[in-house]
Design a protein around this ligand. Structure first.
Ligand code: PPS
Length: 332
């Protein structure tokens, strides 16, 4: 890794860390910290590793967000397939307003992260009290925060939580590629070994990975009507069945007429990796904070870890996962 760093004014917005409100700066300075994967630091806040920039959004989200009983919150571990499920949720929930048409649909001209923003990373980082009045009901939002860190109003209201996880080996490999892509060229890349060590120690964005997944797994067992637990690999294997499961959980099941019209297939085709990754907006566009949209589309397959991890790495990650999930009934 090179130590040469460009001046902060030339950094993309997603790496700008100035102007922390005093309250936030006091909290941040009291927290344990480690070097980040892209951002300078990760801070351990309530057990979860968060960048300096996002701490501002997390604190404001926790303090000010008022959930509405019809809200739908998509929660994921980073790189679990968030972009894909944001697209599916948007197309599903808005299928009457916007027919899942291959020629005309908001997903054809907008990256899914724009249509379903992160509350902490986007909305509450941009403004401490954002104006959410332009969001149509049911509102669709997202976060990577662990269950324990969600605002009280999310836990207390009848709003629904859709959780998505992915096996830790593909999650790690995807995160390693993504964070290296987001690093300014002058910083060089993080080595696989360095990133792997951090991931295994739990020091990854919104990690430890295992704590994040387990928190929602347990809640999905305790409150199946509130938390739906999905896996990337299961959606890849049985997309239509999982889309139906999602629709039923959100109390908007497909009618016989919709099934006959092929609405399910149209949604899946619209949101497929091939379709989304080949759209001009996702090939050359950028998110408001400066991330290139194409960074969210790499392979979209199961098992790419086989091309990257050593036998020792595989054994270590499998062992940690086995220990952490032992006795919980969860297999990833
Ligand atoms: N439509 C679709 N279908 C299947 N897979 C898809 C799709 N869109 C994105 N991807 C893959 O998801 C990975 C990106 O993860 P996230 O979207 O969770 O990233 S983020 O957390 O929002 O930063 C990343 O996985 P990898 O390819 O393994 O790196 C993307 O390629």
């Amino acid at each position: 890794m090179l130590s040469l760093q460009p001046p902060s004014s030339t950094l993309p917005n997603y790496l700008q860390e100035d102007e922390l409100p005093q309250e936030c700066s006091d909290v941040v300075s009291s927290l344990p910290r480690e070097t980040g994967w892209v951002a300078k630091y990760l801070h351990q806040y309530q057990g979860c590793w968060i960048t300096t920039r996002y701490m501002k959004g997390v604190l404001a989200f926790q303090k000010h967000f008022q959930a509405h009983h019809t809200d739908i919150l998509l929660v994921t571990t980073p790189k679990a397939g968030t972009t894909w499920l944001k697209a599916i949720l948007f197309a599903l929930v808005n299928r009457v307003r916007y027919r899942p048409d291959p020629l005309q649909h908001p997903l054809l001209t907008n990256n899914p992260h724009v249509l379903v923003p992160f509350l902490d990373i986007n909305l509450y980082t941009q403004s401490q009290v954002p104006d959410l009045s332009s969001f149509a009901f049911p509102r669709l939002f997202s976060t990577h925060l662990p269950f324990a860190l969600l605002p009280t109003s999310v836990k207390d209201s009848a709003c629904k939580i859709v959780y998505l996880c992915r096996n830790p080996k593909d999650t790690f490999v995807s995160l390693w590629h993504f964070t290296n892509k987001l690093r300014p060229t002058a910083w060089g890349t993080n080595s696989l070994e360095e990133a792997f060590d951090k991931f295994c120690r739990g020091v990854s964005l919104y990690g430890p990975y295992w704590d994040n997944v387990l928190g929602y797994w347990k809640k999905s067992l305790e409150m199946p009507q509130k938390v739906l637990f999905l896996k990337f690999e299961e959606i890849k294997e049985h997309p239509a069945a999982n889309l139906r499961r999602l629709a039923e959980f959100l109390e908007c099941p497909f009618s016989l007429e919709e099934k006959a019209q092929g609405v399910e297939d149209n949604i899946l085709r619209l949101c497929s990796f091939d379709n989304l990754s080949n759209l001009e907006v996702n090939k050359s566009g950028k998110l408001p904070a400066g991330e290139e949209n194409n960074a969210y589309f790499r392979h979209g397959e199961v098992g790419d870890w086989m091309n990257h991890l050593t036998v020792e790495m595989i054994e270590k990650l499998d062992r940690i996962t086995e220990e952490k999930f032992h006795g919980t009934g969860l297999r990833v």
